[in-house]
Design a protein around this ligand. Structure first.
Ligand code: GLC
Length: 450
């Protein structure tokens, strides 16, 4: 209807309305133009009706607001709307919730944020995103992250941001007590205790030395792997599927970590996840903190008591012979195969994982891009100097054994955190705990085949 009216109006201006110009050569030209226009309109795909896409995109630190800002920008440019669903901050609990939705074949959530250790677990519940991305788009991301998200040739999720464990320290306190940033875990323990005790003696009763993620959950798997691997004790399960955790270096690493509790670290860390550790550090009450990059932008906020007092460095070595190990983390976006809005969901994933959006999130929220080129971007480096200085930490971050253990990874991780937590809390000795753990994992491993 509107088209007819519009045609008449346009026709009236250019050549008069149809009644006035019936017959004559002009009519034939007009008919042809109208026919061409109709054919062109027919060839154009119809604009899809606006939809509401639901995304589960994390709830820690600035996860929600950063996701909302990106989602809003996409919604504005496409005419669609986005709903964010709340998820637990503990990644293991998130997985449980997602698995319940998958088991029910639920279409409630269209886009999921998946942990880098989950592709093997969630692969059968998502669509293959590979056909929807150009090779050049995927090649811009770090290849190992794309590989980690690829299961049997299927692109389960597209990289959104990457993570590696980092050591945050109070530059001002180290200077005050004439201490150097630690190069080994043993030095860290000594410096943390020294400054903690002196600050306490000076009346600063809340000061603690070193905070980390010591609660029995996925975060402790990340911290535990850092201790074990940095002492030369391997990665729990080797790439060939062999269980390696029961070795003297791994035992020494876990024993060392237990020696922190109640000395350089408060007993409270046994119940700390990322946000509890950040709470202590950002309020000015800890000398050192192990955390992910997201904590940087929050520590640097105008209202942060530690703004401009924080240094970021690689986690220390496990002794002079050890190495600097940061566990590889990070999150990726996948589209549910049960979603009824897959086209719009794919479009949202494309937008959120794009270079422009990753750059915005890096600058505003210190989420490490997965697009290599952004590590040369002056705006990104200005906001996050550590993304330039610690490039080794990011490129050599050590993966948890999720690729090999696949569907069983979550059980492996739960057994590992259980064993490490028992040692940290003094319930068990490191030697027997690692031996028992290895026996359980071996049983689970089906002779290393998994
Ligand atoms: C971070 C990491 C993720 C890890 C989680 C553990 O979010 O990116 O990979 O599993 O911390 O708490």
């Amino acid at each position: 209807m509107r088209r007819i009216l519009f045609g008449c109006l346009l026709g009236a201006v250019l050549m008069g309305c149809p009644e006035e110009r019936a017959g004559g050569p002009d009519k034939m030209a007009g008919d042809k133009a109208a026919a061409d226009k109709m054919a062109a309109e027919k060839a154009m795909p119809p604009k899809p009706a606006p939809v509401e896409v639901t995304i589960a995109c994390g709830s820690q630190g600035q996860d929600q607001e950063a996701c909302q800002a990106g989602a809003d920008a996409w919604a504005k440019s496409t005419g669609n709307t986005v709903k964010l669903v709340a998820v637990p901050s503990d990644s293991g609990q998130q997985l449980t919730q997602f698995q319940q939705l998958f088991a029910a074949g639920s279409a409630d959530v269209d886009v999921f944020r998946f942990d880098i250790v989950w592709p093997g677990i969630v692969a059968s519940h998502v669509i293959d995103l590979k056909p929807h991305f150009k090779d050049a788009e995927l090649d811009a991301h770090f290849a190992p992250i794309v590989q980690a998200n690829t299961i049997d040739g299927k692109l389960v999720a597209v990289p959104w941001f990457t993570d590696a464990g980092l050591l945050y320290y109070r530059k001002d306190l180290l200077e005050k007590y004439k201490q150097q940033p630690p190069t080994t875990w043993q030095e860290l323990a000594a410096t943390a205790k020294l400054i903690q005790d002196k600050e306490k003696a000076g009346g600063n009763k809340k000061m603690v030395g070193f905070v980390f993620q010591g609660k029995a959950y996925e975060g402790l798997t990340c911290n535990g792997l850092e201790w074990v691997d940095s002492f030369g004790g391997g990665t729990i399960v080797a790439d060939d599927g062999k269980v390696t955790i029961n070795n003297p270096k791994a035992v020494a690493a876990v024993e060392f970590a237990a020696s922190l509790i109640g000395k350089a670290s408060p007993t409270g860390v046994l119940n700390y996840a990322e946000e509890e550790a950040r709470g202590a550090f950002q309020s000015g009450n800890a000398v050192f903190m192990r955390n992910w990059p997201y904590a940087w932008s929050l520590a640097q906020k105008d209202d942060s008591p530690v703004k401009d007092k924080v240094g970021v460095m690689a986690l220390p070595k496990g002794g002079p012979e050890g190495k600097n190990t940061g566990t590889l983390g990070g999150w990726n976006l996948g589209v549910s195969k049960y979603s009824k809005k897959q086209e719009a969901a794919i479009s949202l994933v494309k937008y959120l994982t794009s270079l422009e959006e990753q750059k915005r999130r890096a600058i505003t929220n210190s989420f490490n891009p997965t697009i290599a080129g952004l590590y040369k971007d002056p705006d990104v480096l200005k906001a996050n100097p550590f993304m330039g200085t610690l490039s080794d930490t990011f490129t050599n971050a050590v993966a948890r054994p999720s690729k090999k253990t696949g569907l069983k990874y979550n059980q492996v991780s739960t057994e590992f955190t259980g064993a490490v937590h028992a040692v940290l809390s003094g319930k068990e000795k490191a030697g027997p705990a690692m031996q028992k753990l290895a026996e359980k994992l071996e049983k689970m491993s089906d002779g290393g085949k998994w």
